[in-house]
Design a protein around this ligand. Structure first.
Ligand code: SF4
Length: 378
C-alpha cells in the first residue's frame, strides 16, 4: 500500500425487496435504473477518482450482486482507466445469496474480484423469514459452496445476533453452521431497529417481542469464546478474521484514513473533510445525466480536535486500540496527557485497559463501547 493510496467504496442502492430491519439507502423495484446508474457512476469515477491510487475497492449496497457481470466489468474498466488500482488491491463484493445463480460468481471472480462478503444473517428458516430475506439456509450454503468452487479464497459471512425470539443456544447453532463452512472472516452485527422499519413497527404492535439486550450481550460473549477457540482473531468490535484476513478496506475506516465513496449515499473522508453524496437515487441520476455533479448532502471540515477524537474513537474499535506513539506522530499530542481524566475513569470502570504504550477496550468495554466513546467527544 502506498502512503497516499485511498480506499474506494461504491454504493449500489438497489434491492429486490426491502428487508424488514433495513435502514440502509436502498431502493426496491428500481432495477430498471441500474443501466443508467452504471453510466452515471462511470461519470463520477472519471470526475472524482482520476489519477488517484486505491489500495482497496468495495462494492457495497444495497445489493451489488444485482449488477450483471458485464456491468461489473464496465465499472472496473472505468476505475482502471481513470485511476490506479494497486496490483495487490483488495476488491470486495457484497453478494446476497438470494440473487446468486451460476455462472455469476466465476464470472465476477475472473474480473478481479478477490474477496466476497455474503450477507447470510442467519441459518434459521424462521429467522430469515422474520428478517424478510430472499434466501433460505440451503441457498446460503449453496452460495458459499459456489463461491469456493469459483476460487474465492477470502470469504466473509455476516450474521445478526440479538434477534427477537432468539436465545444463546439458537445463536450458537447459527455460529456453528457458519464455522462448518470455514470462512476466512465473520462479521456479527447486533440487530437495531430504526423507527422507519417494518420490524420496528411489528415490535411496537406486539407482533414481535422486543430485542432482549441481555440475551444479545450473552450471544456476543458466547461468540467471542467460540470464535477465539476456532482460531479467529476478534480484531474489531463486530469483526473476526483468520490471521491475515482482516478487511483492509474496513481497516481504513477504523484507522481514520482517507477514503472516497461514490454512488448515491457514498460517503468520503478526504483531507479531513467528511462528505456525503445525496442519498436520492433520482437526484443522483438526474444530475449526472446532465453532467452536473450533485451538491454534497454533507460537507463538514473536521478541526484538529475533532480529527483527534474521531481517530481515538474509531481506533478503539480495534483490538489493538490506539498507541500514544501513533497519536503523537499524527497529531503532535500525547493522548495520555490530553485525556488523562477520561482514561482514568474508563479504566476504573473496567471499560479500558492500558497496554503496550496505548489503550484498548476491555471485553466489557467492547460490549459497552458507546459508554467509552462519548467521553472522548469534544
Ligand atoms: S439486502 Fe441489505 S440493503 Fe437490501 S434491503 Fe436487505 S438489508 Fe437492506
Amino acid at each position: 500500500m502506498t502512503d497516499t493510496s485511498l480506499a474506494l467504496y461504491l454504493h449500489f442502492p438497489f434491492c429486490l425487496q426491502k428487508c424488514g430491519y433495513c435502514s440502509f439507502v436502498s431502493y426496491p423495484a428500481r432495477l430498471d435504473c441500474l443501466p443508467d446508474y452504471v453510466k452515471c457512476l462511470r461519470k463520477e469515477i472519471k470526475s472524482r477518482a482520476s489519477g488517484l491510487y486505491f489500495h482497496s475497492l468495495y462494492f457495497g449496497g444495497g445489493t451489488p450482486s444485482l449488477l450483471s457481470p458485464s456491468q461489473v466489468a464496465d465499472i472496473l474498466a472505468g476505475i482502471r482507466t481513470a485511476a490506479h488500482l494497486l496490483p495487490d488491491a483488495e476488491i470486495t463484493f457484497e453478494a446476497n445469496p438470494g440473487t446468486l445463480a451460476l455462472p455469476y460468481l466465476p464470472e465476477i471472480k475472473s474480473l478481479g474480484i478477490n474477496r466476497l462478503s455474503l450477507g447470510i444473517q442467519s441459518f434459521s428458516g424462521a429467522e430469515l423469514t422474520m428478517l424478510g430475506r430472499l434466501h433460505n439456509a440451503a441457498k446460503a450454503r449453496q452460495a458459499y459452496k459456489q463461491a469456493r468452487a469459483a476460487g474465492f479464497n477470502n470469504i466473509s459471512l455476516d450474521l445478526i445476533y440479538g434477534l427477537p425470539d432468539s436465545s444463546v443456544s439458537s445463536f450458537k447453532k447459527n455460529l456453528a453452521e457458519a464455522l462448518a463452512l470455514a470462512p476466512e472472516h465473520i462479521s456479527l452485527y447486533g440487530l437495531t431497529l430504526e423507527e422507519d422499519t417494518p420490524m420496528y413497527r411489528q415490535v411496537q404492535e406486539g407482533l414481535l417481542p422486543e430485542i432482549n439486550a441481555e440475551t444479545a450481550a450473552d450471544q456476543y460473549q458466547a461468540a467471542e469464546d467460540i470464535l477465539a477457540k476456532a482460531g479467529y482473531r476478534h480484531y474489531e468490535i463486530s469483526n473476526w478474521a483468520k490471521p491475515g484476513y482482516e478487511s483492509r478496506h474496513n481497516l481504513t475506516y477504523w484507522q481514520n484514513r482517507p477514503y472516497l465513496g461514490l454512488g448515491a449515499a457514498g460517503h468520503s473522508f478526504l483531507e479531513n473533510w467528511r462528505l456525503a453524496n445525496t442519498s436520492s437515487l433520482d437526484e443522483y441520476l438526474n444530475r449526472w445525466q446532465n453532467d452536473l455533479p450533485p451538491t454534497p448532502s454533507e460537507n463538514i471540515y473536521l478541526d484538529l480536535e475533532n480529527q483527534l477524537a474521531e481517530t481515538i474513537i474509531l481506533g478503539l474499535r480495534l483490538d489493538k486500540g490506539i498507541t500514544a506513539e501513533d497519536i503523537e506522530n499524527r497529531f503532535g499530542q500525547h493522548v495520555m496527557d490530553k485525556y488523562f481524566p477520561v482514561i482514568q475513569e474508563c479504566t476504573g470502570l473496567g471499560l479500558l485497559e492500558k497496554s503496550d504504550g496505548g489503550i484498548s477496550l476491555t471485553p466489557r468495554g467492547r460490549l459497552l463501547s458507546n459508554e467509552v466513546f462519548w467521553r472522548f467527544l469534544p
